[in-house]
Design a protein around this ligand. Structure first.
Ligand SMILES: [Zn+2]
Length: 209
């Protein structure tokens, strides 16, 4: 069970986290979690390039160490890099110290102040500990969850959900993963075509945070 649109109450309860952005110009912030993955991530890079878009990739440390060449492609294309832990840990099921150590291990490869907790699940004590060891860290959640990881969701419905809930300043989550690829490949170019036609820009999070 997941919600496509993050509820305002949840945003209010966790004010120290970033949920959306107030951009100066109409802008959508595309984010891609769980890569870098051969074939999938390069396809995403190609689509972004067609729209002169910059995005943010929340990478899993273990994937970066397995696929350093794909990681280089993401960086060389000028996109922002975010940390998504080394082993995609579940915050609610992991002791705070283990969680932070795993995040810092990923940071050795990723070198970034942007962090997104896997599954969007992080405890208050993990937030506190993470901010104490890395005060400049920006914990980024989202405004719109595409559901591209959901194999029971058909690509047309996934596209409709994303278009319905996204507005200027939205942080939208996609996944450059094998699991999401069928939907991602269908939804991303079509959504970008609509947004770009409506005059939206696409920037990485670093640009406006
Ligand atoms: Zn993830």
């Amino acid at each position: 069970m997941y919600l496509v649109k993050s509820p305002w109450l949840l945003k209010k309860l966790y004010l120290s986290l970033t949920w959306d952005i107030k951009p100066a110009k109409p802008c959508i912030y595309l984010t891609f979690d769980d890569g870098p993955i051969p074939i999938v991530t390069p396809v995403v890079l190609n689509i972004l390039k067609q729209y002169h878009a910059k995005a943010t990739f929340f990478c899993i440390g273990d994937n970066v160490s397995k696929h350093p060449d794909v990681f280089e492609q993401v960086k060389n294309a000028g996109h922002a890099i975010g940390n998504h832990t080394y082993n995609h840990l579940k915050g609610w099921k992991t002791p705070a110290k283990t969680y932070i150590d795993n995040t810092l291990k990923a940071d050795e490869l990723l070198q970034t102040n942007l962090f997104r907790p896997p599954y969007g699940r992080i405890t208050r004590s993990q937030i506190k500990l993470l901010k104490s060891v890395k005060p400049e860290i920006n914990i980024v959640m989202w405004d719109v969850l595409s559901g591209d990881f959901d194999s029971s969701l058909n690509p047309e419905k996934c596209l409709a959900n994303v278009l319905k809930h996204t507005q200027s300043g939205s942080i939208v989550v996609f996944h450059d993963s094998l699991k999401a690829f069928d939907r991602l490949e269908y939804v991303l170019p079509r959504a970008m075509e609509v947004w770009s036609g409506a005059g939206f820009e696409f920037n990485c999070l670093n640009h406006d945070l």
